[in-house]
Design a protein around this ligand. Structure first.
Ligand code: NAD
Length: 354
């Protein structure tokens, strides 16, 4: 029972529904903005151009150079483009990489962001920014980078390949899991984490069977919104720390790393967090949530071994050292042996064990 907590609501507007991205011009007007620079990855440039065309005079053009982990050179280029083209806002259409580029502009130039997420990563709901310089990724929290408005349009996720959809949705589940035992958890966070996880667990098998199922896409996007809100509202623990080190230092794909590591962290933390354990038992309809998550990923064709996404077993000691070097919150303190054994199981794709 909750008796003592703090909850800070994020001051943002959320609109949700199939076709909502076609009303972006109204959204720009409602927010009192003038001309927005539309950001995307090179792959998603055709979508960004369509959105810019629909914005008409409210568009300051397209900057289609977003890349994973926001290299500082890309951030400089986008900031310059926003300035040169007289933009007073950004529309970030894409996943965490594109929204991350919008945040890089907001951080130094204060331009408000309208985020139009097309993956389930959840960056649009957080004040967390990341920038990579000289191979080192720095992250921080700043309310200036929190999007002013988020437009969720499940139709834009129809093109997200099934394998990436599954990994991205399990990435969202990871936010819910760590929100359930966060040191700054609260009743609202627990409600969002549980309902978000439930929506994703219910819809993901249907989405994986048919990527054009708009109901399953809507439900998964709804779940990822709630899980992203949990990420924005709480301090993440061991799981996000491990994934940050693995992804940042070894350039592994973000969503897949989360997918592989999550069941192992759930197995490790379950004995120390009755709340997380019982919430996941209910959501996954299983006594052993760690195994159920691992089975879910396997049954949907997601990777379960770090070895399969390019990690070398000889590099695991460096991950253990990096994780032990910096303090972070976690319901159970891992020592070097715990981390070695957790990572070795993840490396080899073995079933999770407490
Ligand atoms: P991503 O944004 O890198 O996208 C992955 C690929 O999918 C890209 O090539 C993109 O063009 C493509 N893509 C995206 N949506 C698509 C769609 N609907 N159809 C077809 N292709 C599509 O991947 P991501 O997992 O969303 O984001 C990962 C990045 O975001 C990492 O750098 C991570 O650190 C960051 N992130 C930050 C936060 C935060 O709060 N700051 C939260 C989550 C992730």
């Amino acid at each position: 029972m909750w008796t003592d907590f703090t909850y800070q609501a994020a001051p943002m507007r959320v609109t949700f529904g199939p076709g909502r991205s076609r009303q972006l011009a109204d959204e720009i007007d409602a927010l009192g903005l003038g001309r927005a620079l539309v950001l995307s990855t090179p792959d998603q440039e055709p979508l960004a151009q369509r959105i810019a065309a629909a914005l008409g005079s409210r568009s300051a053009g397209v900057y289609p150079k977003a890349r994973m982990h926001v290299p500082i050179e890309t951030a400089h280029g986008a900031r310059q483009a926003a300035q040169d083209r007289g933009a007073d806002a950004c529309v970030a259409v894409g996943g965490g990489s594109t929204i991350g580029l919008g945040k890089a502009i907001a951080l130094t130039h204060g331009l408000p962001i309208v985020a139009v997420p097309t993956t389930y990563a959840g960056s649009e709901m957080t004040p967390i920014w990341g920038l990579t310089e000289g191979g080192v990724k720095r992250t921080g929290r700043d309310q200036a980078v929190l999007p002013r408005s988020v437009v969720y349009d499940p139709e834009l996720t129809l093109t997200l390949p099934i394998d990436l959809s599954v990994a991205s949705a399990i990435n969202a589940l990871a936010h819910a899991v760590e929100g359930l035992y966060a040191p700054d958890a609260s009743p609202i966070v627990s409600l969002m984490a549980t309902d978000g996880a439930r929506a994703i667990v219910e819809a993901l098998p249907r989405l994986a069977a048919d990527g054009t199922d708009i109901t399953a896409r809507s439900r998964t996007l709804y779940g990822s919104w709630l899980c992203g809100a949990v990420l924005g509202a709480t301090t993440m623990s061991l799981h996000h720390k491990l994934c940050h080190v693995l992804g940042g230092s070894f350039d592994l794909p973000h969503a897949q790393v989360h997918t592989i590591v999550l069941p192992h962290v759930v197995a490790f933390n379950a004995p120390a967090s009755a709340g997380m354990r019982s919430a996941l038992q209910e959501v996954l309809c299983a006594d052993d949530p760690a195994s159920a998550l691992w089975e879910l990923a396997r049954s949907l064709g997601a990777p379960t071994a770090l070895a399969d996404i390019g990690m070398q077993e000889r590099d695991l000691p460096a991950v253990v050292d990096a994780v032990l070097r910096e303090p972070y919150a976690n319901p159970r303190s891992p020592n070097a042996d715990d981390l070695r054994s957790l990572l070795t199981r993840a490396q080899r794709g073995q079933r999770p064990q407490p």
